[in-house]
Design a protein around this ligand. Structure first.
Ligand SMILES: Nc1ncnc2c1ncn2[C@@H]1O[C@H](COP(=O)(O)OP(=O)(O)OP(=O)(O)O)[C@@H](O)[C@H]1O
Ligand SMILES: [Mg+2]
Length: 272
């Protein structure tokens, strides 16, 4: 293909993405400096809690190599194509979900480099029938790699939520993620400290395994607000593995309350 044709094709793809996403009021990405800190858990519970508030919500799992959103919601059916668009699966009538895991055989690995991943992300954005939404949440793989780069290049987001665990050694990772978001011309909404504390099952005391004051220190060093602290609780992992998001399956728990409070802070930080 000639360079001129390729340029026209890129412009057309971008136009299609902009048109498709123009019916979505708020777009929020969930990112972290490193892996396993709870991004997907946060993204899933944020999406479910927003849907339970009555908003129209979409959840796009952009973790191409390690897609976990579908499992955490117990959704594994294959999405259909309609009029040239992928129809996302419905977890609730007002919560649409699309994950690479739905498009793969169980356990099938993906061995793609950047350009192929970019094409798939274009499809998630431009060729998926998200319809009219109040919120589209993007779950990203760990770190500042191809997937985040593609998303940040193609979509102007309302903001990015950075998930971290509250150890002092995490400061550098959070700072790196914040710098990346800013360098991409996007904004950081705030950070979430996951596995922030434990509730003693015997006496109900809050235990801070990584010490006191880490959240304030993170906020001071990075200049970014903490929008939520989620407790470490083995049932969060058990329920997530079983496809049951804790916000709706563990009502009244400390974990549920912490996610609801995070949602309230996210809504106020975007002026909702
Ligand atoms: N607050 C919590 N309490 C207990 N377990 C948790 C909590 N948050 C997450 N987990 C568990 O920790 C593991 C990692 O969480 P999750 O998959 O959400 O992290 P991630 O940042 O998305 O990981 P990755 O970088 O691989 O995408 C999962 O087994 C999850 O169930
Ligand atoms: Mg994840």
């Amino acid at each position: 293909m000639e360079q001129k044709d390729r340029f026209v094709q890129i412009k057309e793809r971008q136009k299609r993405i902009e048109e498709n996403l123009s019916k979505i009021d708020h777009k929020i990405a969930v990112l972290s400096g490193k892996g396993g800190v709870g991004k997907t858990t946060v993204a899933v519970n944020l999406a479910v809690a927003l849907a339970e508030e009555g908003f129209e919500v979409g959840l796009a799992d952009l973790d191409i190599h390690g897609p976990n959103v579908a499992r955490m919601l117990g959704l594994m059916d294959e999405p259909m194509m309609q009029n040239g668009f992928i129809v996302p699966m419905k977890y609730l009538t007002n919560l649409k979900v699309l994950s690479m895991a739905m498009l793969l055989e169980d356990g099938q690995p993906i061995v793609w480099r950047g350009p192929l991943k970019h094409t798939v992300i274009q499809q998630f954005l431009g060729d998926t029938d998200w319809g009219k939404l109040d919120f589209l949440i993007f779950d990203l793989p760990p770190g500042t790699g191809d997937e985040a780069l593609s998303l940040f290049q193609m979509v102007k987001l309302d903001g990015t939520l950075i998930v971290t665990t509250p150890q002092r050694v995490a400061v550098d990772d959070v700072q790196r993620a914040i710098n990346f978001v800013n360098e991409m011309g996007q904004t950081v909404l705030g950070f979430v400290t996951n596995m922030s504390y434990l509730i003693c099952p015997n006496c109900g005391t809050k235990i801070k395994p990584f010490g006191e004051g880490v959240v304030n220190e993170l906020s001071e060093v990075t200049g970014v607000k903490c929008l939520g602290e989620i407790p470490m609780d083995p049932v969060v992992a058990q329920y997530s593995d079983a496809g049951k998001p804790v916000v709706s399956f563990l009502r009244g728990s400390e974990a549920e309350k912490s996610f609801r409070s995070l949602v309230a802070n996210v809504l106020s930080s975007i002026g909702g």
